[in-house]
Write a protein that binds this ligand. Structure first.
Ligand code: ARG
Length: 463
């Protein structure tokens, strides 16, 4: 007999039984469901809806059940549909009829909203922990490489030299915002929906504040209909996860580029690379390709939730059961990606000589030459044009700007413009990066300061 079967004259079709069951995936919420039930029952005891002995019996039963489930000794049943009804049935088998009082003043609609919010809160903490590890790794690498010179690109064409530390800290900034976004999301997740009942509230004098305190929620929800019908907190969270993946994916794309034979800026560790079944020479960056690929899944999870909810009338609709697999998939994917990406990143060997040599190509110091001409009296537009001509001249001769003689340089500029030997010092890559010393710039000095700021930020999180 179904727990809701009173008005039904026929057995549920087996096909429907299987079709509608969510126990295969919502069993991962068992822990939260049990904690939620315990808090609810204690509160029912306190307001006198349950007697002290009933309360004790149910709580003890739930605690036993919790250890059995933890130990993997419990078989859930498709016939009992979802995690909520499974637990109620298992409890009834264990302690008898009194178990049926547990659901007083509660609906599965506010119950699932509670379980999901508890799950998301925990996952925010777990993912933030991983992001802190990633940030620590990045800041250590940036510190180590704050002077190493590499090409900076726009349009994937060499633009200006930057320091490797600066490049790595750009990602640290992105992941820092991801961390903060999760923190901000938490404020809206951290709201207790229990007490909403099926949709309208309940006739029992529930002490919602007590349940909130017991379960560690900062607030109780304001509107019972909203409590059971929205999943915006899941969408917001998945949006945050999609952004983490987007940042990871861009980073991965760069690592793939850096590891290519043509670029050859890095060597990947054998332990984190894979081979080809046919081509014996191959060493492939599968880790980063997979992370780039899995980004698609997380975007899909976000779109699943957005699409699932968009046409639903208030309040609860069974469509909403489809929220869980997408949410779990998003969480599992992001945490698996972060878990492997961090040790992978630590083992990358940066070929600093190659990076610097590449920065010496592509006329990455051309802007500095233009700036020099400006300092000597030209307008920036004139200087820009002149340096363009010099670049063309060098290209034809397969040389770079620092290969030119002072004589050659002087031939290109107006007669009265003073061009001195110091111009070649200015054009050296070390000086090109050193002089970009505005706050947030790429100079080693600024990067060292940025490393310190990031370390200070991380220190505030550990307090
Ligand atoms: N398994 C359901 C879900 O995941 C729980 C809520 C069911 N409520 C209901 N009235 N059928 O959404």
């Amino acid at each position: 007999m179904k727990l809701w079967g009173g008005r039904f004259a026929k057995e549920t079709a087996e096909l429907l039984e299987e079709f509608q069951a969510s126990i295969t995936f919502d069993q991962s919420l068992a822990h939260y469901d049990l904690l939620g039930s315990m808090a609810h029952v204690r509160m029912l005891g306190k307001i006198g809806v349950l007697s002290p002995s009933e309360t004790e019996k149910i709580i003890n039963g739930l605690q036993e059940l919790a250890s059995e489930i933890e130990a993997g000794q419990v078989d859930f049943s498709i016939k009992a549909e979802d995690i909520h009804l499974n637990i109620e049935l298992l409890l009834t088998e264990k302690i008898g009829g009194v178990a049926k009082k547990m659901h007083t003043g509660r609906s599965r609609n506010d119950q699932i909203a509670l379980d999901l919010r508890m799950y998301v809160k925990d996952q925010i903490t777990n993912l933030q922990e991983l992001l802190i590890n990633l940030l620590t790794t990045l800041v250590d690498l940036a510190d180590q490489h704050h002077q190493a010179i590499m090409p900076g690109y726009t349009h994937l064409q060499i633009a200006q030299p930057v320091t490797l530390g600066h490049h790595l800290l750009a990602y640290a900034e992105m992941f820092k915002r991801d961390y903060e976004r999760l923190q901000d999301c938490l404020r809206r997740v951290d709201v207790l929906p229990l007490g909403a009942g099926a949709l309208a509230g309940t006739t029992y004098p529930l002490d919602r504040e007590m349940v909130a305190r017991e379960l560690g929620f900062s607030r109780v929800s304001e509107n019972s209909m909203d409590s059971v019908s929205d999943r915006d907190f899941v969408i917001e969270f998945l949006g945050d996860l999609a952004l983490i993946m987007m940042h990871l994916s861009r980073f991965c794309e760069e690592i793939i580029f850096w590891a290519s034979q043509e670029v050859d800026f890095i060597e990947l560790d054998d332990a984190f690379s894979t081979g080809s079944s046919m081509m014996p020479q191959k060493k492939n960056p599968d880790v980063v390709e997979l992370i780039r690929g899995k980004t698609a899944r997380v975007y899909g999870d976000l779109i699943t939730l957005l699409t699932m909810l968009k046409g639903l009338p208030l309040t609860y609709n069974k469509d909403m059961q489809e929220d869980k697999e997408a949410l779990f998939d998003g969480v599992n994917t992001v945490s698996a990606c972060l878990r492997i990406f961090i040790p992978f990143l630590k083992t990358i060997v940066f070929k600093k000589e190659k990076m610097k040599a590449a920065a010496g190509k592509g006329f990455s110091n051309a802007t500095d030459l233009a700036d020099y001409f400006v300092q000597q009296g030209l307008s920036f537009r004139e200087a820009h044009h002149l340096v363009g001509q010099l670049v063309n001249y060098c290209l034809a001769k397969e040389r770079v700007l620092t290969d030119l003689s002072l004589q050659e340089l002087r031939q290109f500029v107006p007669q009265d413009l003073p061009v001195e030997e110091t111009v070649f010092t200015i054009l050296q890559l070390e000086n090109v990066v050193k002089r970009r010393s505005t706050y947030g710039g790429t100079s080693p000095e600024q990067v060292a300061k940025a490393v310190q700021r990031m370390r200070d930020f991380l220190a505030t999180l550990r307090k």
